[in-house]
Design a protein around this ligand. Structure first.
Ligand code: UDP
Ligand code: MG
Length: 318
């Protein structure tokens, strides 16, 4: 019998743990030849998430319910990495805990993998129910990252995917610290097919993403997959130098042919402010890349495990 591992990052999702299991179980009762295993990754939750997961593991069996609990909140990207490292099913699914990723898609995803695809992604039909401002910024983000980098991201594409073991291995071979899974999916390649689903509200709890967190996520994504901003810095520098050169010619011309005409302090002040602003901005861009290099060279682990039942009995009986 083949097995599908479902990796679920959880951060304060106490109400969702059991609901998710029930939905998944129902879906698998209609799939022949496959059993499932859920790998819950408790991303340093401060509510009863871990207790709920452990209780579920006791009730259902350590074979079906696996968990890894991280020593603190490392973020969804690190949690997904931890899950992928510990998933060894014949196919692996990445899914949110809040049931915004309908488990009912799994049989269709499975068909796609059986057709020979290595990855089946789920894409929201639209962004209905999402704040307008969030949709707007999200559209801008996808335009920018697709324009600046070689990766090609689908705007409504989610992290909800079913992938083959080959893709899992590829994804964990990229062990960068500031992870941006959407970009990594695109970077590793493999044949991908998209399925569409209707956007739904989360079943319980609240979103873990503030506007500031999303902005950080976007900047990380762009920096992880594009070096074009650095080239932009060079072009802008060249442009400003060129303009100053033209202006210098104009100043010399005036000095020679209109001696006595006084140039304004306003111009000088404006230019100083403008150039000062540009230089600070550009240093900032360089600094962002430098910060990433700093983080990478430290080679800290992507996550720290606190406890797990991954190695508990029954792990290897497929
Ligand atoms: N999540 C996580 N660590 C975090 C933040 C979120 O593991 O630091 C998980 C969260 O529990 C959920 C998934 O990532 O399973 C998506 O989070 P959420 O539903 O809050 O995001 P949204 O759907 O609003 O984009
Ligand atoms: Mg959600």
């Amino acid at each position: 019998m083949k097995r599908i591992d479902i990796v679920v990052p959880c951060y304060n999702e106490e109400e969702c743990i059991c609901l998710l299991f029930e939905r998944v179980e129902k879906v698998f009762s209609n799939i022949e030849g496959y059993k499932f295993r859920i790998v819950y990754v408790d991303d340093g939750s401060v509510d009863e998430t871990l207790t709920k997961i452990k209780r579920l593991a006791e009730d259902i069996g350590e074979d079906t319910i696996k968990y890894i609990s991280l020593s603190r909140n490392f973020g969804k990207e690190a949690a997904m990495f931890a899950g992928l490292q510990n998933a060894d099913g014949d196919a692996v699914v990445l899914m949110d805990a809040d049931l915004q990723h309908p488990p009912e898609l799994i049989p269709y995803m499975l068909k796609v993998l059986e057709e020979g695809y290595d990855c089946c992604g789920a894409r929201r039909k639209d962004r209905k129910g999402e704040p307008v401002i969030r949709s707007f910024f999200s559209t801008c983000f996808y335009r920018v990252i697709n324009g600046l980098s070689k990766v090609d991201l689908s705007q409504n594409g989610s992290d909800y995917r079913m992938i083959s073991p080959k893709v899992v291995r590829a994804m964990i071979s990229l062990n960068e610290r500031e992870r941006f899974t959407k970009g990594i999916f695109s970077w590793v390649g493999f044949s991908t097919k998209w399925l569409e689903y209707e956007n739904v509200e989360r079943v319980a709890g609240t979103t873990k993403w503030s506007m500031a967190a999303l902005l950080g996520y976007a900047v990380n994504g762009i920096i992880a997959f594009a070096t074009a901003p650095l080239r932009g810095v060079v072009y802008l520098g060249m442009f400003i130098t060129f303009i100053s050169f033209i202006y210098a010619i104009y100043v010399f011309y005036n000095a020679i042919f209109h001696p006595g005409a006084r140039s304004g302090y306003a111009t000088i002040t404006l230019l100083l402010l403008f150039l000062g602003g540009v230089i600070i901005l550009l240093l900032g861009v360089i600094g962002e890349y430098l910060a990433r290099i700093y983080i990478e060279v430290k080679q800290r682990p992507i996550y720290i495990e606190k406890e797990t039942n991954i190695y508990a009995k029954g792990t290897n009986d497929k």
